[in-house]
Design a binder for this molecule. Sequence first.
Ligand SMILES: [Zn+2]
Length: 474
Amino acid sequence: MKNIFYFGTIMPIIFFFIMFTCRLIAESYDLVILNGLVIDPISEYEKVANIGITGDKIAIITTEKISGKIIIDATDFIVSPGFIDILADNSFSPEKTYLTMEKYKITDGVTTVLFMHGGTDDAKKTYKYFQNVKHLTNYGYSTKVMNVRTRCKTIPDRLKLIQENLDYGNLGISHSIEYQPTPYKEMVEYAKLAAKNNVPLFLHLRYSSKEKELDGVQEAINLAKVSGAMVHIDHIHSTGATYHMQTALKMIKEANQQGYNVNCCVYPYSYWATYISSTRFNHGWQQRYNLNYDDLTILGTGEVLNKNSFYKYRKQYGVIVAVPEGTMSLDELFFPVLKYSWSCIASDGGIEKEKNANNHPRGAACFAKAIYECQRKHMPMKNILAKITYVPASFVPCKQMEQRGKLQTGAIADITIFDPKTIQAKSSVANPNQFSDGIKWVIVNGKIALENKKIVGYYGKLIKRNVQKQNIKK
Ligand SMILES: [Zn+2]
């Protein structure tokens, strides 16, 4: 009797328990990425492996078999931390254009866009609006000093307004001194405020001419020295070191060796673009940049300018023109910068409207082009990915960024899966509105947001500083 009871009753229960447990283990992850070449640039882990995601976090990275509710077969693809663009730009009517901008970022593999070149001077209002609308990518803001200076007339008032923005969660302080010349003494105040709050000071330097550009680099270094702040030089190859890159790099290297914190970014394009109404095109621009009217092309239409159309468009607000390809040699101005640990790749761009966007192609293809160009130079993939993942994340120190830019257990699952053989930029001067090739899946906060150029979900979150009193130095 006893044996019959045992085999007849207990065994089926045990059997079902085992099956149930196996099923639980087998499907214990919400999403799994199988058989991809997993590269974590920080730890230098590089193996064909499987990743299990639970909620918004990476639960496991293993060469053992795993399965989950949703399966991505990443065979032959690279599985990277999601790309991080710290110099995203979306300054023209951001409420109307942000989703277009995010669409062209996520199709380029970007999971986090941070507006560290400009940002907002009213964090409370900006956050309130953008937290109530859907997002494809994570997003965050610096404090835009250009706007602060327009709103407040005295330096104490300006510092107070910046502090309020930082207390609300803004990630840094940013200023474009070339576009809004500002006394050095005032810049020192902003640098000291950045140091006090443990946030970076992002600078578009004061000069871009051959004669004076290095003075701008020296100013950035001096600001780091006098304040102790982390100072970031925006797009150093187009502003600050176009004509003297080796000298500029030597200056920054020495400053870092002395213990100061100066870093920079570059974009992988040999031509820059900016507003035709800006101070860059003030009297003498032809001599300064060795360019003529017909060297300028309107982005999005491909119209080449002449003297008449130059002055016509210069009177209009917000028209962006590009200089010719090859104006800034990648061999002289892009690759040499990447040799240093204190450099990263960032777009300084964003696509702001559908069809004929008047934006530089880097807004849609910076990261695909960076990988393509760096592969051509035989840079190891882990080194390429470092420049677009954890290094830029480290230039914006805050808790939320510490959890990103890496593929490790416990990190936030922002992940980009791409084909290294087909990844390539498509966006061009005449037609910037083209998605990059080779980006297969993009996962944002643990969920698939993009699959084969198709948007499948909106999971982006606001990135803001976790303001704690102890972070603020007396
Ligand atoms: Zn700039």
